[in-house]
Design a protein around this ligand. Structure first.
Ligand SMILES: Cc1cc2nc3c(=O)[nH]c(=O)nc-3n(C[C@H](O)[C@H](O)[C@H](O)COP(=O)(O)OP(=O)(O)OC[C@H]3O[C@@H](n4cnc5c(N)ncnc54)[C@H](O)[C@@H]3O)c2cc1C
Length: 388
C-alpha cells in the first residue's frame, strides 16, 4: 500500500510516524517547507529566543524511518477519480491520502491588515518581524507602540514575551528615550474569550502588571504602514502584529466540488475523518469541533493511522472521538496560566507545568533523547548584542 500524506505539521508528521511504526507499506510525506514549525514556541523565537526550539528539519524527524520518503513540494490539485494529487511540476499516485494542510491567517476584511501587519504563522513571517526589529535597533529608533491584534492564546503569549523583549532591547542598546510599549487589542469584551473567566482575569492582570496596555471590546478599523486605528482612535508610530483569526487552507476551496465545505470553509469529514473514500482530512481544516490545537491534530493523526492499519488487516475502522485538551498561556518571564477541566495553576508553577507540556508535545513527534536538547534551546538567547 502507498500512503501519501500532505503537510509537514503536527497532523502530517504524526500520521507518518504512526504509519511507519505500524509498517503499513510505503509512505510519502509531501510538504511545502523542509521543516516542521513548532507553533507553540514561535512567540519565543520571534522575541529573541532560539529558533532551534521552533524550526525542526523534517529529515531529522524521519532519520530512523526508512519507509518514509520526504518530498518538498506544494500540492495544488486532486484528481480523486484517478487517485492522484499534483503540484505545478509533478503528479503523485496514492492508495490512501491524508491531508493535513493546517490553516492560514484570516484578516477579517480589516483594511491594510494583510499588507501592513506582521504575523507569526510562518517562518518567513517571523523572520520579517525579526528583521523589522533589527532595523529599528540599528537606527536606534524603536516605534512608540507595538500593537498585538487578537487577545486569543497566540496574542496573549506573544504580547507578554514582546514586552520583555522590548524592555531588554531598551536596556541592551541604551535606548533610554524610547517610549516603546506593547498594547494588546481584543474585540470581544475580554482577553482569551474562548477560555474560562478565571483565565481571562488572571492573564489580563498579569499582562497589566507587566506594563502591557490591554484594550478590549474595540475593533481594529484600519492599518497603514506606520499607524493603526482602534475604534475611533489613531495610534501613530506603531508596529502591528496580527494574531487574530485563521481560516482553512485555501487548497480545499480551490478543489471544490471534490471537497464539501461548511460555511467557514472547513472540510466535512465522516466519523472516521474521511472526506470521501481513501481520502482523510485531519487537523485545523476539517469540520471536527474545537480542532484548532496541536493536540487535536495529533489525536486525529493517530486515529487515521489506526484506521488505515485496521483496514489493511480487514478489520473494521474505529470512529474518532474529540477529547478535551489542556489549555496553557505563558505571559512574560516565567509566568503561565494552565487549566484542565476547571482546575488551574498560575504563576511560576504554571510556567513549570507549561514547560513540561512543551516537552511532552515534542515527544509526540520524536524520542525524548532528541526532544531534550530542542526543549532546552528555549533558554538560549538569539538577541544580537553586536549591533551597538
Ligand atoms: C502562533 C501559533 C501558536 C500556536 N500555539 C499552540 C499551542 O500552544 N498549543 C496548541 O495545541 N496549538 C497551538 N497552535 C495551533 C496548532 O499549531 C495547530 O492547531 C496545529 O499545528 C495543526 O496541525 P496541522 O497539521 O493541521 O497544521 P500545521 O501544523 O499548520 O501544518 C500544516 C503543514 O502543511 C504544509 N502545507 C500547507 N499547504 C500545503 C500544500 N498545498 N502542499 C504541501 N504542503 C502544504 C505547511 O507547510 C505545514 O507544514 C498554534 C498555532 C499558531 C499559528
Amino acid at each position: 500500500m502507498h500512503v501519501v500524506i500532505v503537510g509537514g505539521g503536527f497532523g502530517g508528521v504524526k500520521a507518518a510516524l504512526e504509519l511507519s511504526k505500524r509498517k503499513v507499506g510505503k509512505i510519502t510525506l509531501i510538504s511545502k517547507e523542509p521543516y516542521f514549525l513548532h507553533h507553540a514556541t514561535v512567540y519565543a523565537t520571534a522575541t529573541g529566543q532560539s529558533s532551534e526550539e521552533s524550526v525542526i528539519p523534517l529529515h531529522a524527524l524521519f532519520a530512523d524511518h526508512p519507509s518514509v520518503t520526504l518530498v518538498n513540494d506544494t500540492i495544488t490539485h486532486i484528481d480523486a477519480d484517478r487517485s492522484r494529487i499534483s503540484s505545478a511540476t509533478r503528479e503523485y499516485h496514492y492508495d490512501k491520502l491524508i491531508l493535513s494542510l493546517g490553516s492560514v491567517t484570516s484578516f477579517s476584511g480589516v483594511k491594510g491588515a494583510e499588507k501592513y501587519s506582521h504575523s507569526l504563522k510562518t517562518l518567513s513571517a517571523i523572520e520579517a518581524f525579526q528583521d523589522h526589529i533589527h532595523e529599528e535597533v540599528v537606527r536606534k529608533e524603536l516605534d512608540s507602540e507595538y500593537v498585538v491584534i487578537g487577545g486569543g492564546q497566540t496574542g496573549v503569549e506573544f504580547a507578554g514575551a514582546l514586552d520583555v523583549y522590548i524592555k531588554n532591547l531598551k536596556t541592551l542598546y541604551r535606548l533610554k528615550k524610547s517610549k516603546a510599549h506593547v498594547t494588546i487589542v481584543e474585540q470581544e469584551p475580554r482577553l482569551l474569550p474562548k477560555l474560562s473567566h478565571t483565565a481571562s482575569y488572571k492573564v489580563t492582570r498579569q499582562l497589566k502588571k507587566q506594563g502591557v496596555r490591554v484594550i478590549t471590546g474595540q475593533r481594529v478599523e484600519n492599518i497603514s504602514k506606520t499607524a493603526v486605528t482602534i475604534g475611533e482612535n489613531l495610534h501613530p508610530d506603531a508596529t502591528v502584529i496580527w494574531t487574530s483569526g485563521s481560516e482553512p487552507n485555501p487548497f480545499y476551496k480551490q478543489n471544490t466540488p471534490t471537497f464539501h465545505l461548511d460555511d467557514q470553509g472547513h472540510v466535512f469529514v465522516n466519523p472516521y475523518l474521511e472526506a470521501f473514500d481513501d481520502v482523510y482530512v485531519i487537523g485545523d481544516s476539517n469540520s471536527v469541533i474545537n480542532n484548532d490545537t496541536a493536540w487535536s491534530a495529533v489525536a486525529q493523526a493517530k486515529a487515521v493511522a489506526r484506521s488505515i492499519t485496521r483496514e489493511a488487516q480487514a478489520l473494521p475502522k474505529k470512529k474518532f472521538h474529540q477529547g478535551r485538551y489542556i489549555q496553557s498561556s505563558p505571559v512574560g518571564y516565567k509566568w503561565a496560566y494552565v487549566e484542565y477541566f476547571g482546575i488551574y495553576v498560575a504563576g511560576v508553577s504554571g510556567w513549570v507545568v507549561r514547560r513540561w507540556i512543551e516537552l511532552y508535545s515534542y515527544c509526540q513527534i520524536m524520542p525524548l533523547k532528541k526532544a531534550l536538547p530542542i526543549w532546552r534551546a528555549h533558554d538560549l538567547s538569539e538577541i544580537d548584542t553586536s549591533l551597538d
